[in-house]
Design a protein around this ligand. Sequence first.
Ligand SMILES: Nc1ncnc2c1ncn2[C@@H]1O[C@H](COP(=O)(O)OP(=O)(O)OP(=O)(O)O)[C@@H](O)[C@H]1O
Ligand SMILES: [Mg+2]
Length: 503
Amino acid sequence: MVARIWTVGLQGIEGYRMSVECDLSGGLPAFDIVGLPDASVREARERVRSALKNKGLEFPLRRITVNLAPADTKKAGALYDLPILLSLLVASGQVEGDFSKVAFIGEVSLDGNLRPVRGALPAALAARAEGFQAIFVPADNAGEAALAGEGIRVYGVSSVDELADIFRGKRKPARAVPAEITAPDYTGMDFSEVKGQQNAKRACEIAAAGGHNLLFSGPPGAGKSMLAKRIASILPEMTPEEALETTKIYSVAGLTGREQPLICKRPFRAPHHTLSPVSLAGGGSDLRPGEISLAHNGVLFLDEFPEFSRTALEVLRQPLEDGVVTISRASGTVQYPCRFMLVGAMNPCRCGWFGHPSGRCTCSRAAVESYRRHVSGPMLDRIDIFVDVPEVSFTEITSKSGGQTSAEIRARVDKARKIQAERLKGTGVHCNAYLPQAMIERYCALGEGEKALLRLAFEKLNLSARSYTRILKVARTIADLDGSERILSVHISEALQYRPPQF
Ligand SMILES: Nc1ncnc2c1ncn2[C@@H]1O[C@H](COP(=O)(O)OP(=O)(O)OP(=O)(O)O)[C@@H](O)[C@H]1O
Ligand SMILES: [Mg+2]
């Protein structure tokens, strides 16, 4: 008899319907898995054999053929253990039932318990979209899979005998409850802990309000990394849709679990500058998401910006523009979303003290130039706000309070974001940083006085056409923070402060 059990295959954060067929026939005992399984899927044979034995179920001593269909896509991962095991139980008559509207995923351990798998949420969402009424997942994945919503019943099981008992009618399955969105906790990561640096804090507020990319430059120990780490705390709280989308990526990367089934806190990723382009963009044999996708809906912080390899920075360019990254390898092609705020930090030169009043910089002019040239022009073009972070004075560092808290700043950011959302409704753009050229003309129109001011700045400061749109977008955000419908001269003057240093 041929048994058929349904499961879900994953491609990136999307899933598709897959079936596991099991046939038992006479002949010498054997166990074959066909349908382009990779080594991890083939090893299911050993896990399934031991799990059955150790839970007092029977491993049929027949010729077993398991087929994973569709047969022309490559299968990887341990999530098919459970459907393979169940198909064996059904084919050998140990359990029976109607399995036509139910999907199963789960990794089986040798002792017959279920281990969590990567991608439980995307799998549950795919099962729902494919019209399944229920999905069985390992208990540790249940809270996460239940986030798929009302359209599908999610059951968590902890062992293979529990599953067998459910389909033998001896036990009722427990329906999983979805993990709840909780307000993110930023204790120990608050802006009020950063003393002084009013100018840099203001730049952070503007960047957060308009979704602008930001680059800090300053001497060692001025607080650049400190500021960057706190930017996520002033971004608006994630909407349920954003939380779900980010969770899907973390789920596929294997970073969710029983303790953290739902990502409610905006991600802050700070990869080291020695990381490879693959870990930055994603890839590898199993096509995992990279740092840029793990930063989706949050902040990607590149500390020591010029130390990142040119190839790594070049890899960032396209995703920064599109908000999605496409990864192609021999094992397939996947797309991951990656809309993040880029925050960079750098010293003005290799020793870090160029331009410091003490004159302690030891770099030659040529060395300073060469250090700065490491950051490619096209990368700089994608940064809207450049901010100098000078050393903090003794008075500032010893002062009791560092000023406003993240919550206070976030309230203003929220307000400015709402104004943008209202203005950009139906355009597909959600904040000023992403305004395309045509919309800049429409939404950043200037009066005569403001135009004159900008013209003067252009002539005096030798600005390029690129800086022109950048200044307009930043000025738009400053006006929004100010609650002003029109961009005024004060907004433009402030935006002019955040120009790139003359490299
Ligand atoms: N403005 C500040 N307020 C309070 N503490 C500060 C401030 N600036 C620096 N510090 C202290 O100095 C430490 C180093 O700061 P941080 O790592 O942010 O410097 P940095 O500018 O990133 O330096 P580098 O260029 O070496 O990376 C912080 O952990 C903090 O203890
Ligand atoms: Mg630092």
